[in-house]
Ligand binder design. Structure first.
Ligand code: MSP
Length: 689
């Protein structure tokens, strides 16, 4: 029987537009699926959408839409975005798109609940605590900071938590501490990479509390079996998608038989931000239900933009419309896999993407392909030369060495991809591309072509280059599906390169005397300056559109009123592209005051922080902490007039309470702070407006 391989992505929340972070996981999963299929595995690739929970219920209300319509709209948007990048079923991408609002999913999740419950791991109790709808998680105190009116704020989402005090079902997570640790010990590959495994080990070792797994105050979700007053905790619901999609607890794809064929999953890809759910809760639910555990959960790093995680909340996301307008699908795939060391964080910049496209794709693979095939066309009448005539000994030795280097790169590529080290695998191939390039440049076929007696040498150079390209096309098919196929066809091959198993590749396997196809450029060089300018304009336009949408979503009636007002008066100026205007009332919420630094000192063990006391014109000085220690000597600040935001909620940093924030310009790439101040003398406490 064929070996199977089952790979999953997380299912995406339908409350934010798809961005590079979402695309990334799906591209990685798609590449792995193609890689395994090409190597003969019966592969299943699952992705989908996470559509329940309070956050989505609220987003729909804010948009003024019935929840079902709201989620349908977003699902369509995600599916369209993934299709644009050819990650959909039609383009040999994912095999199935699971929706948590589907009947099969609801049936499967309910079955999982029943099994866990019937095995004695669920009990009813009372929950009291603070819940973050962004994280979909109850928050312990150390993951919050104090907010106004005693309502704590989620550190991750920077927004106030909801107080929850209600009847709840609990899952006996505390009973799984030893079982989980034993599993991690026995299967070191269960959590990867190593650094994440260690984090989870210490998290579990520090003790596990039982987990609240139902809510009575949330309606948008799956009712708890036999107690429909309760709605399943959204992570219990969402995590079960990996099995419900495959026929667990339903008759989808033939139900149990299909499920057993593919489960346990071979690879569950997740971002490191959701690792705990996948390596603590998920395996505990499965153990409790008596279902096997996935083989590997691999946590990848985050794409950063401007040094911070790309996210809707921060608003620094890379827009897929802009990305797809300026770059080919293959270029984006290549960049994602090559630039980010899989498992680590990576910074996304368009400059870096343009750099990779031009150096690795246009000048590297593209140039090798077009120069080789153009020479075959010009010097050999479009026929791959047959190796009959003698070549010089030195050249024969070099050609043999190139053959070995390419074959070795193939083995290294597979080894690296089997270990999910995508960038390493690509580096191996690109080193071989450079080797072949050098071989051609040293042999100078354009000179050899001038002398008939050098025909044997010319044939050998071009045959070797063609053979190398043939190998590269096969190897790179999972990463660059369209370009690999294009090179394949230009080589004169008629099959589909994704069906060619690399194990069947033999050096020298291409028959001589056969025609190549039509030669066309594969990766045109991009004009960096021009494209950067266009991107800046596109980004500004799309940010402005999003900002407008956020205003509409946050307060549909106010937005409608504002729209009416601007229609009836000419004094309201329309926002220029890239500018999200605020009203004066928004600005007035921020209390800016003149302050004078009274004392300043470094904070022990925090090399960026200074602790200041400042006079803000109040009876008592205030303490505030500022991340400027690397740029300002504390003693030089004393007496200086600065500007502070005086009504910012107090916040604790390194054990000190900070009561306000000073204003500084952020300069250069490193964001060097330069304090704001005044030329004239101003009294402490004076208000800025
Ligand atoms: N719905 C949950 C997952 C449930 S799985 C049973 C969720 N959804 S999400 O839409 O917020 O995130 C989905 C995936 O996108 C996560 O793996 C997350 O790590 C990934 N990314 C979101 N932003 C990202 C970056 N900036 N960079 C890389 N991946 C990121 O969490």
């Amino acid at each position: 029987m064929k070996k199977t391989f089952y790979v999953t992505t997380p299912i995406y929340y339908v409350n934010s537009h798809p961005h590079l972070g979402h695309l990334y996981t799906t591209i990685v999963a798609d590449t792995v699926a193609r890689y395994k299929r090409q190597r003969g595995f019966d592969t299943f690739f699952l992705t989908g959408t996470d559509e329940h929970g309070q956050n989505i219920e609220r987003a729909a209300a804010a948009a003024g839409l019935p929840v079902k319509q709201h989620v349908d709209n977003y699902v369509a948007e995600f599916q369209e975005a993934f299709a644009r990048f050819h990650l959909d079923h039609e383009h040999s991408g994912y095999d199935f798109w699971i929706r948590t609002t589907s009947d099969i999913h609801k049936a499967g999740a309910s079955e999982l609940w029943r099994r866990v419950r019937d095995n004695g791991y669920i009990y009813k109790g009372q929950y009291e605590g603070w819940y973050c709808v962004g994280c979909n998680e109850f928050k312990p105190e150390n993951e919050t900071k104090p907010g106004p009116d005693g309502v704590p704020i989620c550190l991750q989402h920077e927004r106030p938590l909801d107080k929850v005090a209600e009847e709840s079902y609990f899952f006996k997570l505390s009973e799984f501490q030893d079982k989980l640790l034993a599993h991690y010990e026995k299967y070191p590959d269960f959590i990867r990479p190593e650094v994440r495994r260690n984090e989870m080990l210490s998290f579990v070792k520090s003790g596990l509390n039982d987990l609240s797994v139902s809510r009575v105050s949330v309606k948008w979700g799956i009712p708890v079996p036999d107690d429909p007053q309760h709605t399943m905790y959204v992570w219990f619901d969402a995590l079960s998608n990996y099995i419900t999609a495959m026929g667990f607890g339903n008759d989808h794809f033939g139900g149990e038989v299909h499920f057993k064929k593919y489960w346990p999953a071979d690879l569950q890809l997740v971002g490191k931000d959701i690792l705990r759910f996948h390596t603590v809760y998920w395996p505990a639910f499965l153990m409790a239900a008596g279902v096997e555990l996935p083989k590997t959960v691999f946590a990848h790093g985050m794409w950063l933009s401007g040094g911070r995680k790309m996210s809707k909340t921060i608003g620094n996301v890379i827009d897929l419309d802009v990305l797809s307008k300026h770059f080919t699908r293959d270029a984006v795939r290549y960049f994602c896999l090559r630039e980010m060391v899989f498992g680590q964080d990576g910074d996304f910049t368009y400059e870096a993407l343009l750099g990779r496209v031009n150096s690795d794709l246009a000048e590297g693979l593209g140039n090798l392909s077009s120069r080789t095939l153009t020479m075959v066309r010009n010097y050999c009448g479009g026929e791959v030369p047959a190796l009959g005539q003698a070549a010089s000994d030195e050249l024969s030795a070099q050609a043999a060495e190139v053959g070995e280097a390419v074959t070795r790169a193939g083995a290294e590529f597979d080894q690296a991809f089997d270990a999910y080290s995508f960038s390493r695998g690509l580096e191996a191939v690109w080193a071989a591309i450079a080797r072949v390039d050098k071989f051609i440049s040293d042999a100078k076929p354009w000179d050899l072509a001038k002398a008939e007696e050098k025909r044997g040498s010319l044939d050998l150079v071009l045959y070797t280059a063609v053979e190398a390209l043939r190998h590269f096309a096969v190897l790179l098919a999972p990463v660059l599906p369209e370009s690999a196929q294009a090179i394949w066809e230009q080589l004169g091959e008629s099959s589909n390169v994704r069906d060619v198993a690399p194990s069947t590749l033999v050096w020298g396997g291409r028959e001589g005397g056969t025609q190549i196809g039509e030669v066309k450029p594969i990766f045109p060089r991009l004009d960096k300056k021009k494209i950067m300018e266009e991107i800046k304009q596109d980004e500004a336009a799309s940010q402005s559109a999003r900002a407008q949408e956020n205003i509409t979503q946050a307060a549909p009636t106010e937005a409608a009123a504002a729209a009416n007002a601007s229609a009836s008066t000419s004094s309201v100026t329309e926002a220029a592209p890239g500018v999200a205007y605020i009203g004066i009332e928004d600005f007035l919420k921020v209390e800016l005051r003149v302050a004078q630094v009274l004392t300043a000192e470094r904070v022990p063990k925090a090399d960026k922080l200074l602790r200041l006391t400042v006079d803000v014109g109040e009876p008592q000085p205030r303490q505030l902490l500022a991340g400027i220690a690397q740029y300002y000597e504390p003693e030089k600040l004393i007496g200086r007039k600065i500007i502070v935001v005086a009504n910012l909620a107090p916040r604790k940093l390194r054990g000190f309470e900070s009561n306000g924030m000073l204003l500084a310009a952020s300069v250069g790439e490193e964001g060097r702070p330069v304090l704001a101040g005044f030329l004239e003398d101003v009294p402490n406490g004076a208000k800025l407006k």
